[in-house]
Design a protein around this ligand. Structure first.
Ligand code: ZN
Length: 54
């Protein structure tokens, strides 16, 4: 399994499930540019669930 870091290109089709703004990848989570929620990576996959947001 690849564990390469995510890039903005990986996230171009993903938006925040809460406010539908674009997401920015971080070292261990993705940050919503709209509402500021952070979604953790679980096994290298961002978990974009509102009730899992940090
Ligand atoms: Zn948001």
């Amino acid at each position: 399994m690849s564990t390469r870091p995510m890039t903005p290109e990986d996230l171009r089709w993903i938006v925040c499930p809460v406010c539908h703004h674009p997401l920015e990848p971080g070292p261990d989570s993705v940050l919503c540019t709209g509402c500021g929620r952070r979604y953790p990576f679980i096994d290298g996959i961002p978990v974009l669930l509102a009730d899992r947001a940090l």
